[in-house]
Every structure is written in C-alpha cells, then in structure tokens.
Design a protein around this ligand. Structure first.
Ligand code: F6P
Length: 360
C-alpha cells in the first residue's frame, strides 16, 4: 500500500460560490478513500508566506457545515503576485522562495490550488521553481478558462444575474423605463449573455461584439412601437464606449472595470424618450448560496483532484468536458482563453429571440 500523504489545499483569486464544496470533497475523499491528512492554507499563497505557515488541519466535521455557504472558508486574495509582491515601503519583492519553503515546512506531498487562469499561472510557476506537486481546480465566475466547459462559481453568478433581470422587469414595466443592468465577467461576456437570454432581456452588450448607440436606440424605439413600454438591457462590465474607450473606476487601489452602465444611461437619455436607470450588480454575483450545479461540479472536481494526486499525475487541472471530468495540463488551462463566440449557439439563439446584440 502507498504511503499516506499530507496534502495542502488553497483558494486563490476572487472568491465565488462553490469553493467550500470543492474543499469539502477533497477532505472527504482524501481522508475516507486514502487515509491522508489535509491542510487548508489560509489566504491563498499568503498562508505559505506566514511563519509558521497559516494552515488549518481539515476534517470532515470542520468542512461539512460550509457546503451551503458562499465564499471560501480558507480565505483568499487576488492581490500580491508573490514574484512581485508589493511591500509596505512601496517597493516590490520576489517572495516566491518563502512560499516554497512554507510548503516544505508543512511537510506537504502535494498541493491543490483552486483558482482562475491568473492564479493557476502563478501556482504553476511556483511549482516549477520549487518542485511542488501541484494539481489545479478551475474556478471563476467569469467562465473564461477555455479548457473547461464550466468553472466553479459561474452558475451561481448567472443565477444571481438572472434573478436581477427578473426583478428589474417589474419595476421597468411599472415606470416605462429602460433598465440597464451591469454585470461582472471581466473581458468575457458569458454572464451577460446567459443571464440576458434567461431573463428575457431586449438588449445584451458584451465585449466580444461591437455595438452602436444608434442600434440600441433603434431597438428601444421598435420595442415602443410594438407596444412594449419598457426595455431591459444587460451589459458586461468590460464593454467599451461606442468609440472603443475602456470605462474604468478609479479609486485608492487604482483602476478597475466599472461604469459602462452609467455611460450608456447618459448617452441614451439624450437620444430616447424614456427614463433610464442603472443597476450595478457587483459582488452580489459572487456571494450567496451556491447553486446545485456549482456544488456538483465542485464536488466532482475535488474528488478528481485527489485521484490525480493518488496517481501522482501532477501539473494537471481537472476540467468539465461533455459530462465528464478530464485532466488537462495546467499549461493549457493558462493559455486557452474562452470568450463568447459571436457566431456560437448562444449568440445565435439570442438573435433569433429578437435580442439586440450589437452590430457585428
Ligand atoms: O474575476 C472575477 C471578478 O469578479 C470579475 O468578474 C471582476 O471584474 C473582478 O473579479 C472584481 O474583482 P475585485 O473583487 O477585486 O473587485
């Protein structure tokens, strides 16, 4: 019989719903099937930089209560690339070796990293530099990791966004307004496209398809002529202005995506005879009770990640492809990006449903 292993697990990058289900699945399957020990590392790689390393011995009793909870019981961060870590004095420092040492101080035989493409790239670089045995699990509400049909967190985010469209419909109809819903997704329009179709939006704007303000105004006018007194517009946060400028919010931390809903509202109110209102859904899309699909995918991924470690098949990420879990080299997961296909099934469906997508 193989030696018992001691494995670590961490969540990295933005949180999302379903992470705890993956952690729970890893713990159950590692302990129940193999008798291994599992350590949950706090705050992504930051926990491995801490001395002593910040880690929690995980047992089924500790993880079970988190199955239905959003966020991550281990904490996470989407700041502080360890290869260029921002120090308090304003300098940046390469702290990668501290993380590698943290892994060895914990006596780990393998590490499961749950993250999006950015986190997986950093973890892989650390693994290569330090000889760490790494297995990846994809998570991101943006669903832009191209090797997998879905990543943990996407389904819940789409459910939340769809519910927002549903709710806006009543108030839009009551006041005869154009309601603009700005959703997350970074440079991919998956959340906007899925929630827009599911919620019966009239207009969906995504970064992958250019649009004109005239096209939007025309759609609103046609709706009005058809007797529909309101209009629902879903816009992805990375959609640019009509002239191609990025719309960004500036705050103390720098610039981030946001504000395109407001831009559209201002541009449209000068051109149409209807009031506009903007809802920015923001981090609500990342929180809440994980959907059944996110829990299911996360549980399958957690179990499959443990199997990869049992087979010592490292440097791979588990993916969902045609109702199966398939292991793919992490390198592929980092480089294969998934955007919405402007000619794909969803875009075609939207157009056939009379939804304005832009002027592609
Ligand atoms: O990548 C996930 C995501 O939620 C994006 O959709 C969004 O643009 C970004 O993270 C928000 O990041 P933060 O939590 O740092 O505001």
């Amino acid at each position: 019989m193989a030696q018992p292993k001691r494995i670590g697990i961490l969540t990295s990058g933005g949180d999302c719903a379903g992470l705890n289900a993956a952690i729970r699945a890893v713990v159950h399957s590692a302990i129940d099937s193999y008798g291994w020990e599992v350590y949950g590392i706090r705050q992504a790689t930051h926990g491995l930089m801490a001395r002593p390393p910040a880690a929690l011995h995980l047992t089924p009793e500790k993880v079970d209560p988190f199955l239905t909870k959003g966020g991550t019981m281990l904490g996470t961060t989407n700041k502080g690339d360890p290869f260029a870590f921002p120090m308090t004095d304003g300098t940046v420092c390469d702290r990668s070796q501290e993380i590698i040492e943290g892994y060895h101080l914990l006596g780990l035989d393998a590490l499961i990293g749950i993250g999006g493409d950015g986190s997986l790239a950093i973890l892989r670089r650390l693994a290569q530099q330090g000889g760490l045995n790494l297995v990846g699990i994809p998570k991101t509400i943006d669903n832009d990791v191209g090797v997998t049909e879905c990543s943990i967190g996407f389904d819940t985010a789409v459910s939340v966004a769809t519910e927002a469209v549903d709710r806006l419909q009543f108030t839009a109809a009551s006041h005869s307004r154009v309601m603009i819903l700005e959703v997350m997704g970074r440079d991919a329009g998956h959340i906007a496209m899925c929630a827009g179709i599911a919620g019966g939006a009239d207009i969906i704007l995504i970064p992958e398809i250019p649009y004109t303000l005239d096209g939007i105004c025309e759609t609103i006018k046609i709706r009005q002529q058809q007797g529909k007194n309101y209009c629902l517009l879903v816009v992805a946060e990375a959609v640019r202005t009509e002239t191609g400028d990025r719309v960004l919010i500036k705050d103390a931390e720098g610039c981030r995506l946001g504000g395109v809903g407001q831009y559209l509202s201002q541009a449209l109110c000068q051109r149409i005879e209807a009031e506009t209102r903007v809802t920015v859904l923001g981090h609500i899309q990342r929180g809440g009770i994980p959907s059944h699909l996110d829990r299911l995918i996360a549980t399958c991924f957690g179990v499959a990640a443990v199997e990869l470690i049992a087979k010592e098949k490292y440097d791979h990420v588990v993916t969902w492809q045609q109702r199966s879990v398939v292991a793919v080299p992490i390198e592929e997961a980092i480089f294969k990006y998934s955007a919405v296909n402007p000619q794909g099934a969803l875009a075609t469906t939207a157009r056939r449903m009379g939804i304005f997508l832009g002027s592609e």
